[in-house]
Design a protein around this ligand. Sequence first.
Ligand code: GLC
Length: 483
Amino acid sequence: MKAIFGILTALLLTPSLASAQDAASQPAAPSAQQAASAEWWREAKFGMFIHWGLYAEPARGEWVMNSERIPIAEYKKLGANFNPVKFNAAEWVAVAKAAGMKYITITSKHHDGFALFDSAVSDFNLVDATPFKRDVIKELSEASAKEGIKFGVYYSHAQDWSHPGGSMAPRGYWDSAQIKGKEAFETYLRTISIPQLKEVIKIAKPSHIWFDTPIGMDAGYGREIVQAIRSVKPDTLLNSRLLYHGKQVEALKPDQLAELKDVGVDFLSYRDCTIPAETFPGWKWETCMTLNGAWGFNKRDQSWKSPTEVVMMLSHVASKGGNFLLNFGPTAEGEIPPAGVAVVKQVGDWLRVNGEAIYGTYASDLKKTGALESGPGVNADGSMKAAGGKRQAHATPKFDWLATARPAAPGGPAKIYLHVFKWPAGQLEVKGITGKVGKAYLLSNKSTPLMFSQKDGVFSVTLPKNAPDPVASVVCLEWASGN
Ligand code: GLC
């Protein structure tokens, strides 16, 4: 009761609220600044997701507070022991860089309500509630800027188990301090969520904000949040989970998409651990994936994906024109698990040779990607089934090859990149290449042309006996001039 009274008083005393609500009724028109900031996103393709917070301490994943029904006061006690002395912002950014990742998205506050930044709105944060006392969002933002890595924050705007009113989820209540109902939710939104978003924007100057689990959200609340964010930093890119869960995205109707755009959402976040079958034309999109089977650190999970699996997923996403956000769950000491670092370092090595086939590319017209080896968790069309359980996240489709494209640019011809995972004996045959190819070569050996022919709609290229790269070798096809 005391808590509600406190919040209501704060609400009445907040002068900016009435104006925020007036502004919220106006559509958020995309500015020139926003359009310009969108370019980096398309170029980037590969990002580092980081799930980190107090939950790293029990080391049973980021949902531990909810799944084990831990009372708020009990959960908060974890703060006293949370002292990630091994945390080093430059080292984390170096891992992203070595992996060939171009941006970072970190949980500035997950559903447990614990913020990784210095918040005046709530003491439940790394600076005020732990012996560590450092603002890692600020440190990471600065370290990223130094290295030319874009820095964005995940913020759980509509699910918060520690602040009253923060969850309207059916399984969202197990502590009497978690006040139920719409009114409490609105109060939470306006006294915790929106003010903290403004704080984190000032601290992190994020290139993008990643919302999640929009329980109880609607377009009206969405507009209120967007206005608040854009009043501080207009070029912040925003994801669709402001209003829709990942699992809803594939089935969005044209009017829902139009509304999302009107509210000010910039990119679609598809269902967790899933590469969609089809995507919506005209929309930037991203899909996120675990590197093992968990988001937040789980000490029992050692099921790391292999470098080849990661590259195949990245190629798959790029072949459909999207971005791939790959997750790490650092430990309570502040360390990114070395086994995961080892995997992505190899991905980075691959990208250093073959990055031209990923960064800044477009979906390929060769819609029918290479012969597909389906398996459990894979739909007939090669899309991945929803990751209902942790195991399914590993059941990814395997392709013989995948394709990305690059349009002609001043001084450069249009190109198609064939990412070959299953090295054929002698010839690789591809149907559906309609233009005239002028040149073919391996990205790992650009100066040696490959022999090829084009007959009856079949492009056929002669390859060396052995695959130059055990992960995937990329054949680049350059359009002949006058195409
Ligand atoms: C889900 C989960 C969350 C995780 C997220 C990653 O929405 O609630 O724990 O952060 O997926 O996309």
